[in-house]
Write a protein that binds this ligand. Structure first.
Ligand SMILES: Cc1cc2nc3c(=O)[nH]c(=O)nc-3n(C[C@H](O)[C@H](O)[C@H](O)COP(=O)(O)OP(=O)(O)OC[C@H]3O[C@@H](n4cnc5c(N)ncnc54)[C@H](O)[C@@H]3O)c2cc1C
Length: 438
């Protein structure tokens, strides 16, 4: 008797972030494809839930699209299942015709300077995960009884971290900032936040909308140094990419700002390369070298200066975590692949494929391309797919969280919200599981 599943192409996607969902969305257009998206958390959507800033709910709204994919009959969410722990990649490759690594890049890149492991140096993956209720980081409990924070990086993650530290409770009222983080941040006596970049304003990676927000903070004045923002003619401005041009307008405006008594100051400083974290066990300051930029390259000038601070948040990029059975490039910080293919029947997409670059939308063509490649290259092999995964989970006593279970978690989080807040997120896996079982 032929196996009734023999014509179905069984695909497992590891990771339910944007890259995983865009891949599933494209695969699910084909009638003969069945997709299981597994995630180590009981909750889907990756950094949409645990990374994107809690006061940027509009951006988080993209999850509605992924929800649609999950509610279709060809895609299944299987949460609370960690590849490499609960189930090995080898086992998944036996159960499915193709496996896609969409694991993201959850580890911080380190500064790589003396003292970067001192207490008070907290990478953005940890810090952002903490204020976003990610179960891996909810226990971080940073010491915020401090006056000065240095945020290192000139991208939107640095802007997010600085803004969340700068905003008032009223400004965060419509957010889903973790209540334990809100309590700590809003009670913190922080008066000065530095945002440092090694290069200049023309090379910065943040986007104008995020820059604009820094000019509208209720209780924080954003300042830039006049001598660091070039005086460009109309013609020179017009020659710049639109994003840079718009950023320059904001940065120029900030040069006219002055610190105000009773308000926090966010000082954006360019041409500053971290050289050493100062302090005994705990951070007391940062030593830096002034730089100049030549042909896009950052060159140290030898001029050293110091900033006193009690906390440093490097926002300088991320790395993927290797998974046994998949080739990994230490130098890239992600999986070894050629156009998304690692080897036969094994693919990667999103940040696990290309590193931590681009926006949420960048993962769409990436996911769609991998889906097209799988449909071209892999034929159904009569593998058991989801039924096999369920049987394995049953044998191991693993509790798989379905999309229906997740919807119960989501409903409980929404019910717990008060005022303008959209939800109060669970930050402990056991509480999520309890809500799912209700
Ligand atoms: C702080 C921050 C803020 C951002 N803000 C914005 C923004 O405002 N706008 C924007 O366009 N982009 C933003 N981005 C970028 C955007 O979030 C990424 O482009 C996108 O999330 C990458 O998608 P991904 O699916 O590759 O990875 P992720 O979103 O990280 O998803 C990976 C998933 O894999 C799961 N996983 C990991 N390991 C395992 C395992 N072993 N087994 C099972 N599951 C596993 C994780 O739990 C996670 O759900 C932001 C990024 C960060 C870090």
């Amino acid at each position: 008797m032929p196996n009734k599943n023999s014509k179905l192409l069984q695909v497992c996607i590891i990771g339910s972030g944007p890259a995983g969902y865009y891949t599933a969305e494209a695969l699910a257009k084909e009638e003969n494809v069945r997709v299981d998206i597994i995630d180590k958390l009981p909750t889907p959507y990756g950094l949409i839930r645990g990374g994107v800033a809690p006061d940027h709910q509009k951006i988080k709204g993209v999850y509605r699209r992924y929800e649609k994919t999950s509610l279709g009959e060809r895609v299944r969410f299987a949460g609370n299942l960690e590849a490499g722990q609960d189930v090995s990649l080898g086992e998944l490759r036996e159960l499915y015709d193709a496996v896609v690594l969409a694991l993201g890049a959850p580890k911080d890149r380190t500064l790589g300077i003396p003292g970067d492991d001192k207490l008070g140096v907290i990478g953005s993956a940890e810090f952002v995960g903490w204020y976003n209720s990610h179960p891996d980081f909810a226990g971080l409990d940073p010491d915020l009884d401090i006056s000065t924070v240095v945020v290192i990086g000139n991208g939107n993650v640095a802007v997010d971290a600085a803004r969340v530290l700068a905003k008032t409770p009223q400004e965060m009222a419509a957010s889903d900032l973790a209540p334990y983080a809100a309590e700590k941040i809003h009670a913190a006596p922080i008066s000065k936040i530095w945002m440092l970049g090694r290069r200049g304003p023309l090379e910065a990676k943040f986007t104008p909308k995020e820059m604009g927000e820094l000019g509208e903070l209720q209780n924080c004045i954003t300042v830039t140094d006049k001598d660091q923002i070039p005086d460009l003619t109309e013609e020179q401005l017009a020659a710049l990419p639109l994003v840079v041009r718009k950023n320059m307008v904001h940065l120029k405006a900030f040069t006219g700002n002055r610190p105000e008594a009773g308000k926090k100051t966010l000082h954006m400083q360019f041409y500053s390369k971290p050289a050493e974290v100062l302090g005994e066990d705990r951070v007391t300051g940062l030593r830096l070298e002034k730089t100049r930029v030549e042909n896009g390259n950052c060159i140290g000038t030898g001029e050293i200066f110091e900033i006193g601070c009690q906390m440093i948040i490097p926002c300088i990029g991320y790395r993927s975590v290797p998974l046994e059975g998949a080739k990994f490039r230490e130098d890239w910080g992600c999986f070894d692949n050629q156009d998304g293919k690692i080897e036969d029947r094994l693919y990667c997409t999103g940040w696990a494929r290309r590193g931590p670059t681009g926006t949420i939308g960048t993962n769409r063509p990436d996911g769609h391309q991998i889906a097209a490649r799988i449909l071209r290259e892999v034929t159904p092999g009569g593998r058991p797919g989801g039924a096999g995964l369920d049987a394995l989970a049953g044998r191991r006593g693993l509790e798989i969280i379905t999309f229906g279970d997740w919807q119960k978690i989501e409903a409980a989080e929404e019910k717990a919200a008060t005022g303008e807040a959209p939800r109060v997120k669970f930050h402990r896996t056991r509480d999520m599981l309890t809500a799912a079982r209700r």
